[in-house]
Design a protein around this ligand. Structure first.
Ligand code: ADP
Ligand code: ADP
Ligand code: ZN
Length: 216
């Protein structure tokens, strides 16, 4: 099964993708993670993306589509792909349709994680991840069981994203409403859209997604 997790920054796409990945052995395809890796590695893509990401803008469609095209050539995609943070614009959604057809893959469902704008700032400013395994945490809503120790891997190294600050949140939300929110009606038109309440507890969101996919 191939699915898209749609939603504004901080909606819980990455959190839910990791849970689904662990349970169902699906592959998480996060364009944000891939672009951050490219920036860290100093590749040509990374050099082009760096300043845009820091400012909370959207990296150009051509670059992002190219990254996804390459990733979909990896053999592990047969396990099923969870698209996290892609597509984010109408041209990206159209390109994804073409890419999937070219690779003989189908899109089974698009899960729209609905959250209030007001919660975004809080979600994003409280977000941090394990520096070793990437498990996501939140200062108030998802603390490790033992303070300062990752639940998943035991690491004591944590990190925060450079772009997770109050200044970029406004531009990221603006980009979301202008460029990404129109994808809700794009996918509504295909009959594949399912909406879940992203304001619920993390476990309850997972249950809603499971239910939505069961009906897909
Ligand atoms: P996205 O990938 O959509 O940007 P994340 O999955 O990184 O969002 O979640 C953003 C932050 O909110 C993280 O700190 C995460 O732990 C927290 N979070 C995710 N889902 C929920 C939820 N349902 N309730 C409260 N906090 C959540
Ligand atoms: P969030 O979890 O806050 O939604 P991501 O990790 O998905 O953030 O993305 C971080 C940044 O990477 C975005 O603000 C944007 O600059 C860039 N980015 C990620 N995915 C895309 C995409 N599909 N199109 C354009 N830019 C992207
Ligand atoms: Zn860890």
């Amino acid at each position: 099964m191939n699915i898209i997790l749609l939603g504004p920054p901080g909606a819980g796409k990455g959190t839910q993708a990791r849970i689904l990945m662990d349970r169902d052995a699906m592959v998480q395809l996060s364009t944000g993670d891939m672009l951050r890796a490219a920036v860290a590695a100093g590749t040509e893509v990374g050099q082009k993306a760096d300043a845009v990401m820091k400012a909370g803008g959207l990296v150009s469609d051509d670059i992002v589509i190219g990254v996804v095209d390459e990733r979909l050539d990896q053999p592990d995609v047969v396990q099923g792909v969870i698209f996290d943070g892609f597509p984010r614009t109408t041209p990206q959604a159209e390109a994804l349709d073409t890419l999937l057809a070219k690779k003989s893959m189908t899109l089974d469902a698009v899960v729209n994680i609905e959250v209030d704008d007001a919660a975004m700032v809080d979600r994003i400013s409280g977000r941090y991840t394990c520096g070793n395994c990437g498990e996501g945490y939140h200062d108030r809503d998802k603390k490790p069981a033992v303070d300062g120790v990752c639940d998943k891997c035991g690491s004591t190294e944590f990190k925060r994203r450079k772009d997770d600050n109050a200044e970029t949140v406004a531009s990221r939300l603006k980009e979301y409403h202008a460029e990404t929110a129109p994808l809700i009606s794009y996918y509504q038109g295909t009959g594949k859209l399912r909406s879940v309440d992203g304001m619920a507890h993390i476990d309850d969101v997972t249950t809603s997604i499971k239910t939505a996919l069961g009906a897909a």
